[in-house]
Design a binder for this molecule. Structure first.
Ligand SMILES: Cc1ncc(COP(=O)(O)O)c(C=O)c1O
Length: 350
């Protein structure tokens, strides 16, 4: 990429004690896109989650006397593998072996409004939500649930934090998955495609939170480097100049139609979920053997929660690629269906 080579030849890294036009311009672009007022750059997604956790704690800090340090987070969520992010990840299998995590993390079920209300009190400093859970199996939060989370956060002076590391920056065909609900967060965490393949993540904050971190209370040596930031700007320009959001919507429509056909034709294929190019296909048996067979045929598949294929294809995916993948799926689901039928027949005979 000429931009990569050009910037690499000029300046890759700069101490964050100094200003540089690319991180500044990228921060301004992100604020324009989201209506947020401040951006803190870091490297990986999990590091941005750590920053958001610290921010919520600090915003609620009253000098050490109080206990306003609890978080409400969702069962099935995934927020990363560093210590704080792991503590608020609602999947036991990731946390196992690392206990105890951060104290007073209250896990609630997605879309269970009564459960959310029951978990809230004035000790909570942050509600952390993936509006569209990816790793958890491609599940969306309802608009009503997000609206109640917003109301409860306001009532209890806690921050509403959205983790859109996986679902944001165009993945759903909108810039952010929460946009469909109209319910805005106080803190928005982004990552993955932001650096165009280089490590770059960020958490974005509202005007009220802009001054919470004082100098040196948080930092990242390599976060928001001139090189990664320039690629970030290029990524956002590409999304706009190529009409990528519209294209993602169209590609998604076609892909969902094809996946729905699989559900119609194969009893082992149970349901299609998701939006944009964050889609899931749930099947009635373990997905790993099918993923391994797909790999032999040149198709990379991701299985989450044991039986859900989670699709996060590149934004530039074309219908012909979808056709190719569906062809392989048809072949493998035929084999899987026959195996399931044979297993049922054996059980019935026994
Ligand atoms: C929703 C979500 N949060 C946090 C993370 C952690 O990001 P990273 O792997 O860049 O640290 C991920 C990564 O998959 C994610 O999907």
């Amino acid at each position: 990429m000429p931009i990569f080579r050009d910037q690499a030849a000029k300046l890759v890294h700069l101490s964050n004690h100094y200003d540089n036009r690319y991180p500044t311009a990228l921060a301004e672009r992100l604020c324009d896109l989201t209506g947020m007022a401040g951006v803190f750059f870091s490297t990986g997604g999990t590091e941005a989650v750590e920053g958001a956790i610290k921010l919520a704690r600090l915003a609620a800090w009253d000098g050490g006397a109080g206990r306003k340090c609890a978080f409400v987070s969702l069962n099935g969520s995934y927020h990363g593998r560093t210590y704080g992010a792991l503590s608020v990840t609602g999947q036991e299998r990731y946390r196992q072996g690392f206990a105890p995590g951060l104290p007073d993390i209250r896990f609630v079920d997605r879309n269970d409004i009564a459960g959310l209300r029951a978990a809230m009190d004035n000790d909570v400093c942050g509600i952390l939500i993936e509006p569209l859970q990816g790793e958890g199996g491609v599940w969306e939060c309802t608009k009503e649930y997000l609206a109640e989370a917003r109301r409860l956060a306001d009532e209890h002076h806690a921050l509403l934090i959205y983790d859109e590391i996986q679902s944001g920056l165009g993945r759903t065909g909108d810039w952010f998955s929460y946009e469909a609900s109209g319910v805005r967060p106080d803190v928005l965490i982004v990552g993955k495609p932001l650096g165009g393949g280089l490590p770059l993540s960020a958490f974005l904050v509202t005007e009220e939170l802009f001054g919470v971190f004082q100098l040196a209370q948080h930092g990242s040596t390599l976060g928001g480097s001139p090189l990664a930031s320039r690629l970030g700007l290029e990524f956002l320009s590409f999304m706009e100049s190529e009409g990528m959001l519209h294209r993602i919507h169209q590609t998604s429509q076609y892909m969902q139609q094809q996946l729905q056909k699989l559900v119609k034709d194969f009893p082992v294929a149970r349901a299609v979920r998701g939006r944009g190019l964050l889609l899931g296909l749930e099947i009635s048996q373990p997905g790993r053997p099918i993923a391994e067979a797909a790999l032999q045929r040149g198709l990379l598949l991701n299985v989450t929660q044991g039986n859900i294929f989670r699709f996060l294809p590149p934004y530039i995916l074309e219908p012909q690629h979808i056709d190719q993948a569906i062809g392989i799926f048809q072949e493998l689901l035929t084999i899987a269906s026959e195996a399931e039928k044979a297993a049922c027949a054996t059980t019935e005979r026994a």
